[in-house]
Design a protein around this ligand. Sequence first.
Ligand SMILES: NC(=O)c1ccc[n+]([C@@H]2O[C@H](COP(=O)([O-])OP(=O)(O)OC[C@H]3O[C@@H](n4cnc5c(N)ncnc54)[C@H](OP(=O)(O)O)[C@@H]3O)[C@@H](O)[C@H]2O)c1
Length: 335
Amino acid sequence: MRILIIGFGTVGRALATLLEESRAQLRAQHGLDPTIVGVVDSRGGVVSGNELAASELLVAKKSARGLAGMPGGIAGPLDAVRLIRESVADCVVQVVPSELSAPGAAIDQLKAAFTSRKHAVTATKAPLGVAMSELLGVAARSGVQLRYSATVGAGTPFLDLAASVSRSDRIERVEAILNGTTNFILSSMDEGRSYSEALAEATHLGYAETDPSNDVDGVDTAVKLVILANHAMRARKTFADARVQGIRGVTADQVTAAKGAGKVIRLIGRIDDAGLRVGPEEVEKGGVLDLPGATNAAVFTTATCGTVTLRGSGAGGANTASAIVRDLVEIWRTK
Ligand SMILES: NC(=O)c1ccc[n+]([C@@H]2O[C@H](COP(=O)([O-])OP(=O)(O)OC[C@H]3O[C@@H](n4cnc5c(N)ncnc54)[C@H](OP(=O)(O)O)[C@@H]3O)[C@@H](O)[C@H]2O)c1
């Protein structure tokens, strides 16, 4: 399977490393031989008809000229849509940033992949938050697949578990913590810090981005709920359907009051008959949603099997790359 990677940051580079490291296993277990035939970042890229060695891509990325300095490299910024259309790749892996307010470029990249008969795996949430049903439709009509395991919980398989459960059962309700940054901030407030002290700590340790709005305003959690509901609960939601409140207004006094009542405050995403909601809530101290640090968890309440709970790390380059490889294997197995 020939792969074109759009974006070569934390996740893209971890994917190149993982593909190299897991090569023998993928071949032995699945008969899958993924080869990278192109990589694009914001400064340029390199595309080829043949395999590009991961080790050489990683070295070039660190060099002054970047990917453009490789044989056949092109200085950019490049027209990713055109490169996708013209590439010999069988599958496009999209690992670029994209904002909900401007998802157009990322949507166009996915559509270009489908209409040129290429599968796509994305870790980029915004296109799905805005146009998931449409994108799945274009992929299906083009006879290719769109997979997106990494968008919810990175390597922890929330989407796979939910889809598996709902194959024979019905998920009636979901309660989840799907954003590690806000969970870290709220856990840190449990230890007596104010919101701004906890946010500063999260930024210092690399959990929060320079502009943490998407996380602290609940947007990231809401988009993940949209993806989960559409993937496993037969919904056709977009971000506009979610009611969203973030954690900026959570005070040290509220955290102390919750503690007195044997509770902690966490940013909870809910899917139930009332729709999709995100907001800070008091949950039982020591309960299943009282998670440490940047962990994610989801509790699925099902019609037949009771509650099914999954927890695990929800971010990280290698972790996210692992979900992408899982998707590549699924495409290979089912294409
Ligand atoms: N990191 C995680 O734990 C995680 C988990 C789940 C999902 N995700 C999602 O995965 C995506 C990638 O995350 P990341 O952590 O790898 O981000 P990152 O480290 O910021 O890397 C982003 C990459 O995209 C490239 N890029 C930016 N604009 C581009 C453009 N217009 N055309 C081509 N390439 C462009 C950047 O180029 P330069 O290298 O030149 O800057 C960089 O290589 C994001 O959507 C993120 O939300 C990340």
